[in-house]
Design a binder for this molecule. Structure first.
Ligand SMILES: [Zn+2]
Ligand SMILES: [Zn+2]
Length: 293
């Protein structure tokens, strides 16, 4: 499984010279499965460049939306494959008692916010509510579960061969909870991230900033680290960077996070800040066995 980060920012795009290293595009992660199937996790502004990087040939693409906040869907109408008749796009997302996924997304892809309507998109697009049980896409088993955020929000786990990716970009698991003491069954998102090869997790606020943002749906550094340690994820990327955080501030946040991580007993090489356009290859079973030898 190959993972590429096309947008690592949260809330709103933050382009400019002060965010050039970690990136200014909002949430989007491209995943290429071992059988070649292509998934996009969220469709923030980062999906625009993902779309430009895909070859112009018939394809079936899956977009897995965690939720419908604008920073996770804003790139949909700028995703080049959506304008090719030979492309099939399946958009997965959370169900809501209020309206179907298609109707909720159509509030954005319609006038006056958008020049095109969903029915005018040249591609073959379909919308599916994520099932409660696991399902398969290509060579992967996918699991979605509701997590603590504002409004109906999912986290995802993707198991492909022996590798697993947990993607929980907008998450406040410490809201009203002591992550160090709480029984694991009660921790939001725990089962998604348990022993994952790679965890991509919300790390929006510093510990000093968090008290002014309780209940906003995001994690302080120490919450993200406690969550990562409790779940036993092998490697963690702090993601959904605050738009107010410059590269220099993120360097400081990263250094403080490393220190806390080591104090929690973590291996310093297993925690990083997410960087736009960076790639991670998660080894398949045979490669893992060889590495262990
Ligand atoms: Zn977000
Ligand atoms: Zn959100």
């Amino acid at each position: 499984m190959k993972v590429k980060l096309w947008g690592t920012r949260g809330s709103i795009p933050a382009p400019g010279p002060e965010t050039i290293r970690y990136g200014g595009n909002t949430s989007c992660v491209g995943v290429t499965l071992s059988d070649g199937s292509m998934l996009a996790l969220d469709a923030g502004t980062g999906i625009r460049c993902l779309g430009l990087a895909l070859p112009d040939e018939p394809a079936r693409l899956h977009i897995l939306l965690t939720h419908l906040h604008l920073d996770h869907i804003q790139g949909l109408v700028f995703f080049a494959p959506a304008f090719r008749p030979q492309t099939e796009i399946v958009i997965w997302g959370p169900a809501s008692p209020e309206a179907s996924l298609r109707d909720r997304i159509a509030r954005y892809i319609s006038a006056p916010l958008s020049p095109v309507e969903v029915r005018e998109l040249p591609c073959d697009v379909s919308f599916r509510h994520c099932p409660e049980s696991e399902w398969e896409i290509g060579s992967a088993r996918i699991r979605a579960a509701s997590v603590t955020h504002r409004g109906p929000t999912l986290g995802y786990r993707i198991d492909d061969g022996d590798s697993s990716l947990a993607y929980i970009p907008d998450h406040e698991p410490a809201l009203g909870a002591d992550l160090a003491q709480m029984d694991e069954d009660w921790i939001s998102g725990f089962a998604l991230a348990r022993d994952a090869s790679l965890l991509i997790h919300d790390g929006q606020y510093t510990d000093a900033e968090y008290p002014c943002h309780v209940g906003w749906g995001h994690s302080a550094t120490s919450h993200a680290l406690s969550f990562a340690r409790r779940t036993g994820a092998e490697r963690t990327l702090l993601f959904h960077h605050d738009p107010l955080h410059s590269d220099d501030q993120l360097d400081e946040l990263g250094a403080a996070a490393q220190q806390q991580w080591v104090e929690l007993g973590g291996d310093p090489g297993t925690l990083e800040l997410a960087v736009e356009r960076s790639e991670v290859e998660l080894p398949a079973r045979a490669a893992k066995a060889a590495a262990a030898v």
